[in-house]
Design a protein around this ligand. Structure first.
Ligand code: ADP
Ligand code: ASP
Ligand code: MG
Length: 405
């Protein structure tokens, strides 16, 4: 007998028919003699709809109340799924995040899981029930409901798998696994049989929303092997694990992130401590800076710096940099949120020269201008105009995964 954690995303539970489909998948594993814990997201676009409802009332709602509101989406799907399972003749109980023992930090709308106390889940499993847990939520030390940030249900599932030492953690979604690019945008993208935690973490962080990046971080930390697969087809998915067989692939995927804004400042003094002062004033406001570009100094002892930030921090970053520019009598400050970050990820690039050049060639062939570049051992990212983003992803994908093969 094994303990299996299965997570189902919004599309997989979007209506009664899909819920019955999920109930069939879940009860099959149960009838094979396994303990089954199911984690669910809110149905379809429920979370977006709830955010819209809040905006109709208040354009700047309190984050605590947002969590109270958003967590209700998962409560609906969890209770409905428990009813669907019961209809198929199996005992089931649904639990909210706090009933399931999730303690989180108290940062509303983007809380982090601190601990999962699985006592209640364990006792329900011991009484032979299929346990359905609401994803995406927990309880702060002030006994307030918190949510884990968009896509957080993946992390809820991995956290339960880690806390209960599950034998298998399956993330069911609306595509058949992790692909070399978003299969909805790049139809010839290939499904990967397996991918390492490190590569998946980069892909998820760089925009491939098929898995939430925190869930991958946690899976790596606790060595939980994940399977990403479709709830709609009965096919093997992608295994995410520590070490994968080296395939002859230079890269494992291309990702796109349009949640980026670019800020630049010209003619700042070319002297020690300037970067430190600029970026510490951004850090003080909790603004995460990503790609950074610094020019070489000019003859007049000035230089330029450009960097990217998440789009929702764009305006705050702009204000901070404008203040900085005034203090240092710098040149122009520019802001652009019509940009996208396109990245390639692959452990293969560590040992192969020319991977970045191949990416740049694909962009050149489409006459797409690169505005910034950043690299690490296993990724190369470029910042380009947002309008070119989809064309760039396809061109880069075709370069590394030619259509004929
Ligand atoms: P769920 O609701 O099941 O959590 P998500 O919408 O969060 O599903 O994630 C699944 C989606 O991720 C897919 O529909 C697909 O469009 C998108 N996606 C982006 N990049 C990739 C990729 N490299 N491989 C697979 N899917 C991807
Ligand atoms: N329902 C939440 C969202 O839409 C959490 C999740 O789906 O993982 O972001
Ligand atoms: Mg998701």
């Amino acid at each position: 007998m094994s303990l299996i954690v299965q997570k189902f995303g919004g599309t997989s539970v979007k209506d009664a028919k899909r819920l019955m489909n999920v109930a069939n998948i879940v009860t099959q594993k149960y009838k094979e003699g396994n303990d089954v814990v199911v984690v669910v997201s809110a149905q379809g676009d429920t979370t977006d709809d709830l955010i819209e409802k809040a905006a109709e009332i208040n354009s700047n709602p309190s984050k605590r109340e947002m969590d109270m509101l958003l967590s209700s989406g998962e409560q609906i799907s969890a209770s409905l799924l428990a009813m669907a399972i019961q209809k198929l003749g199996c005992p089931s109980v649904s639990l909210t995040g706090w009933q399931a023992g999730f303690s989180t930090t108290s940062v509303h709308t983007s809380a982090r899981i601190k601990d999962v106390n699985p006592e209640r889940i364990r006792s329900e499993l011991d009484s032979k029930k299929i346990v359905v847990v609401t994803g995406f939520q927990g309880l702060s030390k002030y006994d307030d409901i918190t949510t884990l940030g968009r896509g957080g249900s993946d992390t809820s599932a991995v956290a339960i798998a880690a806390a209960m030492h599950a034998d298998l953690c399956q993330i069911y979604t609306d595509v058949e696994g992790v692909f070399t690019a978003d299969p909805r945008k790049v139809p010839n993208a290939k499904k990967l049989k397996e991918i390492s935690y490190d590569e998946m973490l980069e892909l998820a962080t760089l925009g491939a929303q098929v898995l939430n990046n925190r869930s991958v971080e946690m899976a790596k930390k606790y060595n939980i092997e994940l399977e990403v697969l479709s709830s709609l087809t009965n096919k093997p998915g992608t295994i995410v694990k520590e070490k994968v067989k080296m395939e002859k692939m230079l890269i494992s995927g291309v990702a796109k992130d349009t949640d980026v804004a670019r800020v630049s400042i010209t003619r700042i003094p070319d002297q020690p401590g300037i970067a430190f002062k600029l970026f510490s004033s951004l850090a003080a406001k909790n603004i995460n800076v990503d790609v950074i570009l610094q020019s070489i100094g000019r003859g007049d002892d000035t230089k330029d710096i450009a960097f990217t930030v998440p789009k929702d921090k764009g305006k705050e970053a702009l204000k901070t940099v404008e203040d900085f520019a005034n203090n240092y009598d710098a040149g122009e400050v520019q802001f652009d949120d019509n940009v996208a970050k396109i990245s390639i990820v692959g452990a293969g690039m560590e040992s192969h020269a020319g991977v970045a050049a191949k990416m740049f060639e694909a962009l050149f062939e489409q006459q797409i201008n690169i505005r910034m570049i950043s690299t690490s051992e296993i990724k190369v990212s470029v910042i380009i105009a947002k309008d070119d983003a989809d064309k760039a992803v396809s061109a880069i994908h075709n370069k590394f995964f030619p259509k004929a093969t």
